[in-house]
Design a protein around this ligand. Structure first.
Ligand code: AMP
Length: 643
């Protein structure tokens, strides 16, 4: 059965197939080789692709685009809301860890749809185009993602494929796909280090791939920014024009989504013109409140307003060279991929960085889909000589850490580790009769704690009551070829494996049904917030009680016997109460317990020269911002690494 490759970009999607020894780009029903990633709802129909984009200015609130910038992000991501605000388009209503779009379909009717579903609609469009072109049903596909996509973003893209009815053979990194297309197309001689600089509509990736003579494509390192691309340059232009309009006519057009959409389209057009001319003109009749807007923009002014964004690409280039432990001079070829690499300033900065080395504008927009089609053919067993013997070794661009006892983090996987990657770690409990353990997995950059996000946490509960150190828990972390983490935790008892938690089961998105009641969504958001507060209150109480116990232990004989007895008694009582009520207690119950405990223990704490206000020492249990956000540390349930 034939398998297709899909480049699911921020602005455009492309589909291709490898057959008869070469890649064929499949046109859509309009005959275009790229389909805009736009989905729109009108009163009577749903539109996808060109038809959706063409009516965007008339129907801005119900036209969704740039989904790739939102997919897999969570509801605490403020930058995501800023993005949506910048586009002055649809509203993003947060209903859960995944964002859903809240579309004003009709006055009283709301349609909530998730990014996965929107992406799946675009994927269905690509699948249909391929089926019409090939005259057969298509099931299998390879879908590309930015190399810098995080685990959840990869998983969400895979889910979108599943919702579209596709069997996703592989999620492949965009620069890797481009390198594959380049390496096979160019018939390279000898081993070559290739730097792929991929700046598209919404994301930026840079990777170094060593292409060996035996057709081995080895990714050495990847870096990038999943929030940098043509859309950001457009936003700068839009803001500039909106200000100019306000200054000239004393009218703020930002409040009109229609005017903003028209301005955005014109801004993008002017950007394209500035890649080949030094000046661009904008003509927008009756843009806002009947006022016509005619203006000009020079290339120099455009470069000035995007200077910081353009320069930031070089930081990633430096980083990828460092990670690959390579010097600039060791790079043989520089490959430019993605529409935004046509911007002259982007090219000149890169060229200067590499001491004037010439750049290779390799099939700029179609390199990625070419590689995806080749990968699809390889995975579906195509025997063409051109792709025989090709193998790819990719890396995961983020490190993974897990949190263990006393919030000590253990590095699980270094950045730029080859994937697939598997590692097992054994844990045990840190207190007697511990009923559950909680394993936190973090993903991010090593440079600073704020760049590390809680990826997931796994609660392994109903452990058989046993002295601390007795239960043996084996946790296996497995980053698959798609760069997606699967975790399996199991309790090894003397007899057999009894407990098993698999991350896959836990987070798998059910095929999402379109929810028509926005009230339902709000209710859900309120419930989530309530649960977050409940967990925070639980953690506060537990941390407090642990801290007074620690303080009493530390004080040793200096503490009066009766005081020590009181603290230990309260400690035991509270821990017992916490264990018995973890799933049922409300925030108010925890708050009440904490208040009572503070009242009883404050005098003793004062004697131990601890916080005189009675709040007690608060052990900092998590330096990571995201911890609190997700209701992170479930009461310091402390598991400990063992040999
Ligand atoms: P891609 O994701 O590779 O399809 O790239 C799409 C992005 O490239 C969009 O933001 C386009 O506005 C931008 N783009 C395409 N052509 C040009 C050009 N000639 N100059 C500047 N940007 C361009």
């Amino acid at each position: 059965m034939v398998a297709i490759g899909i480049d699911l970009g921020t602005t455009y999607a492309r589909v291709a197939v490898f057959q008869y020894g070469k890649v064929e780009i499949i046109p859509n029903e309009q005959g275009n080789r790229a389909t805009p990633c736009f989905v729109a709802y009108t009163d009577s129909e749903r539109l996808i692709g060109d038809a959706a984009k063409n009516q965007a200015a008339m129907n801005p609130k119900n036209t969704v685009f740039n989904i790739k910038r939102l997919i897999g992000r969570n509801c605490y991501d403020e930058k995501m809301f800023q993005d949506v605000k910048d586009w002055s388009a649809f509203d993003a209503a947060v209903v859960c860890a995944r964002v859903k779009f809240d579309l004003d379909l009709k006055d009283e009717e709301k349609l909530l749809i998730s990014p996965e579903e929107i992406s799946s609609l675009v994927l269905i469009k690509m699948k249909e185009a391929a089926e019409a072109y090939l005259g057969t049903t298509v099931k299998d596909a390879v879908i590309t993602v930015p190399a810098y996509f995080k685990d959840v973003q990869r998983q969400a893209t895979k889910d979108a494929g599943a919702i579209a009815g596709l069997n996703v053979l592989r999620i492949i990194n965009e620069p890797t796909a481009a390198a594959l297309a380049y390496g096979l197309d160019e018939n390279l001689k000898g081993e070559r280090n290739v730097l792929i600089f991929d700046l598209g509509g919404g994301t930026f990736d840079v990777s170094i791939v060593t292409i060996k003579e035996d057709k081995l494509f080895e990714v050495r390192a990847a870096a990038g920014n999943t929030r940098l691309g043509g859309e950001d340059f457009d936003t700068r232009l839009v803001n500039h024009f909106a200000e100019e309009f306000e200054q000239k006519y004393e009218k703020d057009l930002r409040s009109s989504p229609q005017a903003m959409r028209r301005l955005r389209t014109a801004a993008e057009q002017s950007k394209l013109i500035l890649s080949s001319s030094t000046e661009a003109t904008i003509v927008l009749d009756a843009l806002y409140e009947g006022v016509d807007f005619y203006t000009k923009i020079s290339r120099a002014r455009f470069e000035e307003m995007c200077d910081d964004l353009f320069h930031s690409t070089l930081d990633s280039v430096e980083k990828v060279l460092n990670d690959a432990k390579m010097d600039k001079s060791q790079i043989h070829d520089i490959i430019l991929v993605g529409g935004s690499t046509r911007i002259p300033k982007v090219q000149s900065l890169l060229q200067t960085f590499f001491g004037g080395k010439s750049l290779n504008l390799f099939m700029s927009d179609e390199a990625v889909v070419n590689g995806a089609a080749i990968q699809a053919a390889i995975l579906s067993g195509d025997k063409s000589s051109q792709i025989q013997g090709v193998s790819i070794v990719d890396v995961a661009p983020y490190l993974l850490e897990i949190e263990t006892t006393g919030l000590v983090t253990t590095k699980l996987m270094e950045r730029n580790t080859r994937i697939p990657y598997k590692r097992s770690i054994k844990f045990t409990t840190s207190s007697d009769n511990q009923p559950f353990v909680n394993i936190h997995v973090f993903e991010g950059e090593p440079a600073s704690a704020k760049d590390i996000n809680l990826l997931d946490n796994f609660l392994l509960y109903r452990l058989p009551l046993a002295p601390r150190g007795v239960p043996k828990i084996d946790v296996t972390f497995d980053v698959d070829v798609n760069g997606i983490l699967n975790v399996t935790a199991q309790l090894i008892s003397e007899k057999a494996t009894k407990l098993r938690v698999r991350r896959e089961d836990k987070i798998r998105l059910t095929l999402v049904e379109v929810v028509c009641l926005s009230d339902e969504a709000k209710e859900y958001a309120a419930e989530k917030e309530k649960e977050r507060q409940r967990i925070a209150a639980h953690n506060q109480l537990k941390n407090y009680v642990l801290s007074i116990k620690q303080a009493a232990d530390k004080a040793g004989n200096e503490l009066d016997h009766s005081d020590k007895y009181l603290v230990l008694k309260k400690f035991k009582e509270t821990i017992k109460w916490l264990d018995a009520n973890t799933t049922t207690a409300e925030k108010e119950d925890y708050d009440y317990k904490l208040k009572e405990l503070t009242k009883i223990c404050s005098a003793t704490l004062a004697k131990m020269q601890l916080s005189a206000d009675g709040s007690g020492p608060q052990p900092s249990y998590c330096g990571k911002q995201s911890c609190n956000n997700v209701g992170g540390n479930y009461g310091g349930s402390a598991v400990k690494e063992v040999d």
